[in-house]
Design a protein around this ligand. Structure first.
Ligand SMILES: [Zn+2]
Ligand SMILES: [Zn+2]
Length: 252
């Protein structure tokens, strides 16, 4: 099964070569497809599509399984880049678990897309994210650490993501998320979201603390090293084996 025919690739590249539009959201984000190639991986056979945009010099990508061109009900996961988690396997967050679970699930589906958004630390960059970690190391205010990690306005993730899906000519999606707000935002930007697929991570030795954690009054997740895990993916983690009440806490 192929993702794109040669004709579709040519058509996408050609129409994107001169693409200009009003843009999405208040920042008028506009993206263009720049390159498309096959990407066999340990999680399945994908295609990768690289985008440019008019807002920053970040190279956002779509990792694609199956025939998504003008398709409906395409499973989609939005993932924000996390160098420390995705690449190095940091246990300060669960980004790698979230990414691997998404790639594995989509790799087993007929069709689906991971949008890999290059907004490290939710857009504040790697250095500021490490500053936030450092604040936590010093036992400082987690509110401050949260603010430093950019827990404010997520609008831009969704605007870029919405335009990327339009550029790929996806007709409708099923969003893999534990955060229903993401669906509302994507819809505001003109994406047809048919349903939500809960993003449930397999339990492993690294995320077991989520299962064992006792909810604090703010519902934060504290691991056994006493470190608070900041939800860098704007999605509360749900792990296989969590009780209803633990999932409820994650929902708040
Ligand atoms: Zn555009
Ligand atoms: Zn992370």
């Amino acid at each position: 099964m192929t993702t794109f025919t040669h004709e579709q690739i040519e058509l996408l590249l050609e129409e994107n070569d001169t693409h200009e539009c009003e843009g999405v959201g208040k920042d008028h984000v506009c993206v263009r497809i720049e390159a498309i190639a096959e990407l066999p991986s340990r999680f399945g056979d994908f295609h990768i599509v690289a985008f440019s945009n008019n807002r920053d010099d970040k190279e956002h990508v779509a990792i694609i399984k199956g025939e998504i061109f003008e398709a409906s009900d395409v499973a989609v996961r939005l993932h924000s880049e996390c160098l420390t988690g995705d690449v190095i396997g940091s246990l300060r967050c669960d980004c790698r678990d979230q990414l691997e679970a998404a790639l594995k699930k989509i790799g087993e589906m007929d069709k689906g897309i991971v949008l890999y958004l290059r907004q490290e630390g939710r857009g504040i960059g790697l250095t500021n994210k490490i500053r936030a970690y450092s604040l936590q190391d010093q036992g400082l205010d987690t509110v401050e650490a949260n603010l430093a990690l950019g827990f404010r306005d997520d609008e831009r993730d969704y605007a870029i993501a919405a335009h990327m899906l339009h550029s790929l000519r996806v007709k409708s999606i099923n969003l893999m998320t534990n955060n229903p707000k993401k669906i509302d935002q994507l819809r505001q930007y003109g994406v047809t979201v048919n349903k939500r697929i809960p993003h449930i991570l397999p339990s492993n030795e690294h995320n077991r603390f989520y299962l064992e954690t006792k909810a604090t009054k703010s519902g934060h997740m504290i691991d056994f090293y006493g470190k608070e895990h900041l939800p860098e993916q704007s999605d509360k983690p749900i792990i296989e084996g969590m009780s209803e009440s633990q999932i409820k806490i994650a929902d708040d």
